[in-house]
Design a protein around this ligand. Structure first.
Ligand code: FAD
Length: 591
């Protein structure tokens, strides 16, 4: 069989599906993408209303290096592919409950003023040290996590990985880590809320994610002119130029298998049509895919149950408001933090409900890109994070736990029960914005409203439990612990997207498309058509970013976390020694 005759079906045209399709087609596969909705992009898509344009999901274009890498691998660049990136001059404004405001920018002098205003003398230096640590987290993560696969457990004990794991502070929470650098509670809040980009509480998220703080300051926050979906559009066009076929409004009912049930051979569409291929890639949410698309073998049943028990990220009530006028008090990105900061996360992540006083995010795309709204008007998106839906995963058999959960009054799972909850959220949001950003008449200025609730996310994109960012990113859900990019239970079946390795967020998903593509090409014995020189990103002949090689000062700050890691490593070494002694017979080690 010649390379050209090998074929792939990708289920889902989300950011992960379209980028992977382009990569596989460039490598010589015949690729067909089947998507249930009538548009590409999945969560990374647009909503339109009478000249107003809204990003349904992503609005913060972060970690630009990972986007550049994807386009370079495909033999082009973002600008050449028609993606015009606009930089947000103020990264964001953070509003506290009493109307005080922290302005975050990439202007060093402005940040110095802001840091000293809040933290006094030395505050600036401590923030620089925080950034330096965030930079290390970033570079190590890009090199050791986002660029590598974790197929076997021993991939986690690679010497290069083990040597740097402490430098990523994966066993300490963002909140605790921030406490070492910032003396005021306010700035601890400012520099930790970003874990919500991964759908996690700063009290649970590993301190590794301070890498977000580094990239925000050093590389800035960007916005693709015309909406985030422009990135997806460009990838679709690139893929089509390599021969990718897109079939929209084509929901897949299940994956087809060989007569012995050992490998995937194609998909059955809901229309009854069968499509066959050498491999099948599931870009549809991984937990949903296990529960609904894969065949029901005992191994897959087991895996499905275990996935449905894994911690998931939050969901959201998202408002898309067509404003009758401009709201000049709001900048492109605005964060409103609850006075009861910790409680606002505990309600979401521990009790899976809605905080009485929510923290929320307001995005005004028309502030940075006037094409997002008619002249003289604004388009406003409000994202109120809420708990994910209770255990009623699609395809899951209800258990005793489900009934307990319902009895505890968790969030309702059907749309019609959401009206009152949405009303309460809208009222809380409007009064907080009016009071803290000093803008009056906000409610009256809303010309039209569209709302997404957790059930919307669940039904529109088949997201398990309506969790908008997929599986959580706590330590037991990342690296080798995260679901694999190749299904262990079924041959010729792969995954790409937010809930597989390396994880969620469009840039991380982009990095994942390279990992899944290389695994597929390796399995098929095909050549990888891009080079592996990703430790350095070169643009226009200039190195714009490279993995830093500074010495770590982790050992100078030996603390609880370092102790835990030493104990874990020690246990692992002893355990391995014990196993070896067992295999090679008694008397070797334990005599
Ligand atoms: C409200 C919100 C805000 C966000 N903000 C940001 C942000 O600012 N920055 C950022 O980087 N990321 C952000 N994200 C996260 C980001 O959107 C996701 O991580 C990313 O888009 C996931 O892409 P994906 O390809 O994994 O999955 P998806 O986008 O979910 O794509 C999967 C596709 O599969 C399709 N599908 C499902 N079932 C079937 C089936 N049976 N048959 C055929 N097709 C099927 C779905 O319709 C969908 O199109 C946000 C997400 C949300 C929801």
């Amino acid at each position: 069989m010649s390379e050209k005759s090998k074929s792939a079906i990708i289920v889902g045209a989300g950011a992960g599906g379209v980028a992977l399709a382009a990569r596989l087609a460039k490598a010589g596969l015949r690729v067909t993408v089947v998507e249930k909705n009538d548009h590409t992009g999945g969560r990374c898509s647009l909503i339109h209303h009478e000249g107003h344009r809204f990003d349904q999901g992503p609005s913060l274009f972060l970690l630009p290096r990972l986007f550049h890498q994807t386009f370079e691998d495909l033999g082009t660049t973002l600008p050449a592919a028609g993606v015009d990136l606009l930089r947000c001059q103020t990264n964001y404004n953070v509003y506290f409950h009493d109307g005080e405001r922290f302005q975050h920018s990439s202007d060093l002098a402005a940040m110095r003023t802001e840091m000293e205003r809040w933290e006094g003398a030395g505050g600036f230096e401590r923030w620089v040290a925080w950034l330096r640590e965030g930079h290390r987290h970033y570079e190590i993560s890009v090199r050791e996590v986002l660029g590598k696969n974790f197929v076997h457990f021993w991939d986690m004990v690679r010497p290069s990985f083990v040597a740097t794991i402490l430098d990523m502070h994966p066993f300490e929470s963002m909140w605790s880590r921030a406490g070492r650098y910032f003396y005021t509670e306010r700035l601890r809040r400012v520099f930790t809320f970003a874990t919500m980009y991964m759908g996690m509480s700063p009290f649970d998220a590993p301190a590794t994610y301070s890498l977000l703080q580094y990239t925000e300051f050093a590389e800035g926050i960007w916005y693709p002119k015309g909406g985030f979906h422009k990135v997806v559009d460009a990838l679709v066009r690139i893929g089509q130029s390599f021969g990718v076929e897109y079939r929209l409004s084509t929901p897949v009912a299940r994956v087809l298998t060989s007569p012995d049930g050992k490998k995937a051979t194609g998909v059955l569409l809901e229309s009854g049509e069968e499509l066959s291929a050498d491999i099948v890639v599931l870009n549809a949410d991984l937990v949903y895919s296990y529960g609904n698309l894969l065949p029901r073998s005992p191994a897959i049943e087991n895996r499905t149950r275990s996935l449905q028990k894994k911690e998931a990220s939050c969901s959201s009530i998202s408002f898309y408001w067509s404003m009758k006028r401009k709201i000049p008090e709001l900048s492109t990105h605005n964060i409103f933090l609850a006075e009861e900061y910790r409680e606002s996360f505990d309600a979401i992540f521990d009790r899976h409900t809605i905080p009485d006083e929510p923290s929320f995010y307001v995005n005004v795309p028309s502030r940075v890109d006037p094409t997002a709204a008619p002249d003289g008007c604004d388009s406003v998106i409000v994202l109120v994070p809420v708990g994910h839906l209770s255990r009623r995963s699609k395809g899951a058999t209800p258990t005793a736990d489900d009934h307990d959960a319902d009895a505890e009054g968790l969030l309702p799972t059907d749309e019609q029960h959401w009206d009152q909850i949405v009303d309460r959220a809208r009222t809380a949001v409007i009064s907080a914005i009016e009071a803290r950003a000093s803008c009056t008449g906000l409610r009256e200025a809303i010309g039209h409203e569209i709302v997404n609730t957790p059930p919307t996310w669940e039904t529109r994109f088949n997201l398990d439990r309506g969790a908008i960012l997929g599986l959580s990113h706590n330590f037991l859900n990342v690296l080798w612990f995260r679901p694999k990019t190749r299904a262990p239970e079924l041959g010729a079946t792969y995954f790409v997207g937010a809930s597989t390795h390396p994880g969620t967020g469009v840039p991380i998903v982009m990095a994942g498309t390279r990992i899944t593509a290389e695994q597929i090409l390796g399995d098929l014995g095909m050549a990888v058509p891009w080079s592996r020189r990703d430790e350095k990103v070169v643009q226009g002949g200039k190195v714009v970013s490279e993995v830093m090689d500074g010495r770590s000062d982790t050992w100078l700050r030996f603390g609880t976390e370092e102790f835990i890691v030493l104990v874990l490593l020690g246990t692992f070494v002893l355990f391995t020694a014990y196993l070896l002694s067992y295999v090679s017979g008694p008397g070797l080690v334990l005599s």
